[in-house]
Design a protein around this ligand. Structure first.
Ligand code: C5P
Length: 232
């Protein structure tokens, strides 16, 4: 089940910049917003309450990775914020992921990071001593994530079909690294367009700078949303 709204990555340093950004959108436009470490560590849970009070959906991207008991307790606290989706690192293991699910409950989606998209195969072999291919490692982590009862994974759009084949068509694939045709790539290595992400079968796309740094963020958002939902 594909989410029609692109998730906007709120990669801003503080409350004021978020408010200025969101004030540009029409009040009735219901958005799906990603709060990452920078914003959360700067503002604390207040930013989540604020965004929820405006009627928007929240993906809290904190990528938890610790012993199962600690992750379960942290997720229990985060569940009180009524987020719509949050995540952990699959490298924490099946027991940690099950604990995360227990702590969070079933109301919010829970997904896992497999291999970070900033990790190359050479780095994975050297740093983690995992000697398979990068895709095999990603698919392995995705399978373990499904076994733990989570909803899906964060992944590169290029990995979606292998992941769905190894798990199920319903297993959620959320893909960052999205760029409209002709847009600046920035520091992303492997980018796809919203149209291609849709064709490939992503369930959610996360878009940051092409919207947040655009001259007209609302127009950019609407164009990306139309491309993603196949209305162009
Ligand atoms: O600006 P841009 O569209 O590149 O932002 C993408 C967002 O998705 C950022 O918040 C980035 O941290 C996040 N992300 C990513 N790759 C991952 C996981 C998260 O780009 N594998």
């Amino acid at each position: 089940m594909r989410e029609q709204r692109p998730i906007i990555a709120l990669d801003f340093p503080n409350f004021e910049t978020v408010k200025t950004f969101l004030d540009q959108f029409p009040k009735e436009e219901s958005l799906y917003l990603k709060i990452g470490m920078e914003l959360y560590y700067s503002t604390g849970p207040e930013i989540v309450r604020y965004i929820k009070s405006l009627g928007h959906a929240v993906f809290l991207d904190l990528k938890l990775h610790d012993i199962p008991n600690t992750v379960e307790s942290a997720m229990r606290v985060l569940s009180l914020l009524d987020v719509d989706m949050t995540n952990v690192h699959a490298a924490g293991g099946v027991e940690m992921m099950k604990a995360a699910r227990r702590g969070l409950g079933d109301k919010a989606k829970l997904i896992a990071v497999t291999q970070l998209t900033s990790t190359s195969q050479v780095q994975m072999r050297a740093d983690q001593n995992i000697q398979t291919s990068l895709v095999d490692s990603v698919v392995h982590y995705a399978t373990r994530t499904a076994e733990a009862g989570l909803d899906g994974v964060v992944c590169s759009a290029k990995e979606v079909s292998a992941i769905k084949e190894a798990t199920s068509a319903n297993f959620v694939c959320l893909t960052p690294g999205i760029r409209p045709a002709g847009a600046s790539v920035g520091d992303q290595q492997r980018v796809v367009t919203p149209e291609l992400a849709q064709e490939i079968g992503s369930d959610y796309i996360v878009v940051g700078r092409p919207i947040t740094q655009a001259e007209n963020p609302v127009a950019s958002y609407q164009a990306i949303k139309a491309a993603w939902s196949g209305q162009l």
